[in-house]
Design a protein around this ligand. Structure first.
Ligand code: BGC
Length: 367
């Protein structure tokens, strides 16, 4: 049984983030990877393909479920798509059951990327290929590919949007801000935060930004389980403790669910609406942006991400090596995982109509 403690886990994430920083999120050319990952020899078209999704903590996961079900079916595979709303042990059991059913590929959106080592080893031993989906799998050799939007870039876009939004409202600082991060068990959360701090830290250092609570570290900013109620509670406490006589100009929020919780808290406190960032282009947040409440979100089209994951499965089925476009950035603590990274886009009220032009649901909200 592999054990992962917190410090090992955070070291791995730091390694991943440092690798990102060192390469400046550089894109490597597609090509053979040097880490021994090999293409499968191919397998029958009607094989079982497992998709292990985390909890339904944001709309993108719910969208992914039906896209995987439909896409795998259309491609001729037997898709087995599971959510693990009960938590890590449920996800471990689901992966074990996919192995028993002879899955040729297992796509994993992990709840906790460092807690699946035993199951991933069993899956590899049984001959399956493992694809980390959206969230990296940490501290294991047994992950073959990673497909995701560029998480560090997401953070940078959020940091920049926070600055731009505040400047548009009030041309000169200093600005009073608070910082929120995602769930510490999700490997993405630290990467988003570090991307944002890459833009914000210099502005904190030169006095343009004041984090009035003093809570600037990832550990202080985290939101356990990506839960709205946890963000709302923390915002309530921050407001009572620091903003009875001060204005709050902006809040860094890592996603839309938390952005709306933060706005609810601010509203309940009777404060004017600050600039609040987000991510995921959730329906309620796009409505809020169009109404002038939430300032920004990120467009990470789930359709494109699932399509790329399924393309990887098709390549593996045909005995081909899946295409990757980055074989430097994502060190999971054990190895650099060959990745296909998609490009995230910032969305504000100003560009929403253009950004969502090819999404019937979202574009209807921008009219
Ligand atoms: C995803 C985000 C999402 C968050 C909470 C992250 O791993 O990349 O898009 O908002 O999980 O579900």
């Amino acid at each position: 049984m592999l054990k992962f403690n917190k410090s090992v886990k955070s070291l791995a994430v730091i390694a991943a983030v440092s690798a990102l920083a060192l390469t400046g999120c550089g894109r490597a050319d597609t090509g053979s990877s040097s880490n021994g990952t090999s293409a499968a020899a191919g397998f029958p078209q009607d094989s079982e393909i497992g998709v292990a999704l985390p909890q339904k903590t944001s709309e993108n996961w719910v969208l992914a479920e039906s896209l995987f079900n439909d896409g795998l079916k259309t491609a001729g595979f037997k898709g087995n798509v599971q959510f693990a709303n009960g938590g890590v042990s449920e996800q471990q059991n689901q992966i074990s059951s996919m192995i028993t059913k002879g899955a040729k590929v297992i796509i994993v959106g992990a709840i906790d990327g460092a807690q699946l080592g035993t199951q991933l080893k069993q899956a590899k031993d049984a001959g399956a290929t493992i694809i980390a989906y959206d969230r990296l799998l940490l501290n294991t050799d047994n992950v073959d590919y990673y497909v995701a939007y560029d998480n560090y870039k997401v953070g940078q876009l959020q940091g920049q949007a926070l600055l731009d939004g505040m400047k548009a409202k009030k041309p000169t600082g200093p600005y009073n801000v608070e910082l929120f991060a995602g769930s510490p068990d999700d490997a993405n959360a630290k990467v988003f935060f570090d991307g944002a701090m890459n833009v914000l830290q210099p502005k904190i250092d030169d006095g343009t930004l004041k984090v009035v609570s003093g809570q600037k570290s990832f550990e202080q900013a985290v939101t356990q389980g990506w839960k709205a109620e946890n963000a709302q509670k923390r915002m309530d406490t921050l407001l009572t403790g620091n903003y009875t006589s001060k204005a709050l100009d902006g809040v860094l929020s890592p996603n839309d669910t938390l952005a709306r919780a933060i706005l609810t808290s601010v509203k309940a406190a009777g404060k004017p609406t600050p600039i609040v960032t987000g991510q995921d282009s959730e329906v309620e947040s796009v409505k809020s942006i169009m109404a002038g409440e939430q300032y920004s979100t990120i467009n990470k089209d789930t359709r494109a991400l699932v399509a790329h994951a399924i393309q990887m499965v098709k390549d593996l089925q045909a005995g081909k090596k899946p295409e990757v476009n980055d074989d430097k950035s994502y060190n999971n603590g054990n190895k650099v995982v060959p990745a296909f990274l998609l490009v995230p886009h910032i969305v504000t009220k100003a560009n929403a109509a253009k950004e969502y032009a090819n999404d019937p649901t979202l574009s209807a909200l921008t009219k």
